[in-house]
Design a protein around this ligand. Structure first.
Ligand code: SAM
Ligand code: SF4
Length: 468
């Protein structure tokens, strides 16, 4: 069977169905592609709605409280479906963080599996099926709703050295695909749950990453995105390649036209990454380098392991590159103790760097994290105010950044068409959306590359015309 251009072997029967909803970051999206591939291999069939499914799975995110609450709302919404014999599973970061407490909050859940334990998921589902059959025989004529669900957990693998490598990845986009090269995180920033939910840092061998990239290129993928919570903290267990060398090697594979990587941690961001971008045309000219705050005092309290000066040094390397590298960031406002002065230093840093985009977050206290011990004294209203000021400042910066592209001819990957606007949708190597018009007879295919001249700019996108 082929899903999204990736071949998945089938085994067993097809009568078991599952529905999977994913919350959170690209790593979760890619984990879900692997979970889907694994389940399909086990004989499950993916369905589009909760109503059609025997097994309902949520791959969850716990980076902020809001994200975590979403999954409990979903579970409450569909609790009534237990009476129809459906089974529920919670995967990912909330599963790892809350563990067996999930069974207390949502007693209709049968499977709780943290992201570090996906390697065991197939086995857990076999146990679930076997257990269900045994329970059904034992309970005889009792109605399904009278049975209490079986409970299976996979939570013990945070210290594992093994990554979730599977040949059964059901990629959803046939042109652009993710490869996780490093899992977990050892940095322990004061505000962040990731080291507690995704476990310790562990890298795949460069050989295995390159084998997967080659296989994708053979299947027709032209864009590869290397993933990791801190992708550039990558350490080849076989000691053969540095991160920059791996990046270059993926970029040099025949058939690969674009390589992206996210997220980079400033402390581990070496000049060799910029040199690789300069040397290898297929490496995209975009770097996501989250700063979190423009105040050294706050960075120290956040345990970010760098100062503003060190961060700006890395920005200077990128600005002095031969190619024009687009730079994006993440910023948290309202971290405990952040003063008005700290915040204004963050605004100054925005001006100094001139980011192409910034993802902004209000500080959200998270379980187990060191900053939980600090008083979250900044009122939510003040956090919202700072967020708005920050976003308004960034919007002004972005308007100017985007205007600079007017008149340039840029290569885009065609992503689709907006029929209502009669515009094609394209993405540049800088990771910018460049919508464009083309003669009516043009029948462009998603996944192809064309040249577009940018004619207008907006705060978040460009508009242009196809260059024939
Ligand atoms: N590893 C990346 C790094 O070090 O920059 C970040 C990964 S994290 C999944 C994505 C973003 O979520 C972070 O950059 C941070 O801005 C935000 N974030 C993480 N924990 C947060 C919290 N407790 N409150 C608000 N935002 C948070
Ligand atoms: Fe979280 Fe910090 Fe690790 Fe990034 S580096 S995942 S922010 S602990």
């Amino acid at each position: 069977m082929t899903r999204g251009g990736y071949t998945v072997k089938m085994s067993g029967d097809l009568h078991k169905t599952f529905y999977l909803e994913t919350f959170g970051c690209q790593m979760n999206v890619h984990d879900s592609e692997k979970v889907i591939g694994t389940l399909v291999h086990e004989g499950y069939q993916q369905v589009e709605t909760v109503e059609q499914a025997d097994l309902i799975l949520y791959n969850t995110c716990s980076i902020r409280d809001k994200a975590e609450q979403k999954v409990f709302h979903r579970l409450a919404d569909y609790k009534k479906l237990l009476a129809q014999g459906k089974k529920f599973g919670v995967l990912g970061c909330v599963a790892q963080q809350e563990g067996e407490k999930i069974f207390e909050r949502a007693p209709h859940v049968s499977v709780v599996c943290g992201s570090a334990s996906y390697r065991n998921l197939a086995q857990m589902l076999v146990q679930l099926e076997a257990g269900n059959q045994a329970a059904a025989q034992e309970l005889g004529s009792r109605k399904p709703e009278a049975r209490s669900p079986l409970r299976i957990t996979g939570l013990d693998d945070r210290e594992t050295d093994k990554c979730f490598e599977t040949e059964f990845t059901a990629r959803t986009n046939p042109h652009r695909g993710y490869i996780t090269i490093i899992e977990g995180c050892d940095k322990f920033c004061a505000y962040c749950v990731v080291p507690f939910t995704r476990g310790k840092e562990r890298s795949r061998t460069s050989e295995s990453v390159l084998a997967e990239a080659r296989q994708m290129a053979d299947l027709g993928y032209t864009e590869i995105q290397l993933l990791g919570q801190n992708v550039n903290s990558y350490k080849d267990p076989a000691g053969k390649k540095s991160f920059a060398e791996l990046l270059a090697a993926v970029g040099e594979l025949p058939g690969i036209r674009r390589v992206r990587f996210t997220t980079s941690h400033p402390r581990d961001f070496g000049r060799d990454i910029v040199d690789a971008i300069d040397a290898i045309a297929t490496l995209c000219d975009h770097v996501h380098l989250p700063v979190q705050s423009g105040s050294d005092r706050v960075l120290k309290a956040m345990q970010r392991l760098y100062t503003c000066k060190e961060y700006l040094e890395r920005i200077a390397w990128m600005k002095s590159a031969k190619r024009q590298i687009s730079i994006t960031s993440d910023i948290i406002v309202g971290f405990p103790g952040e003063t008005e002065e700290d915040f204004s230093e963050t605004l100054s840093l925005l001006d100094e760097v001139g980011y192409d985009a910034v993802f902004t977050f209000k500080y959200s206290p998270r379980p187990n994290t060191p900053s939980l011990a600090l008083e979250d004294a900044i009122p939510d209203q003040e956090k919202s105010r700072r967020l708005e000021v920050l976003m308004a400042r960034q919007r002004e910066i972005q308007i100017k950044r985007y205007q600079k592209y007017i008149g340039d001819t840029l290569e885009v990957m065609v992503e689709g068409k907006n029929d209502a606007r009669r515009q094609w949708i394209g993405r540049t190597s800088h990771n910018k959306t460049l919508n464009f018009t083309a003669p009516a007879e043009s029948s462009l295919k998603p996944g192809t590359y064309v040249k577009v001249k940018a004619t207008q700019s907006f705060p978040n996108s460009l508009l242009g015309e196809l260059v024939i």
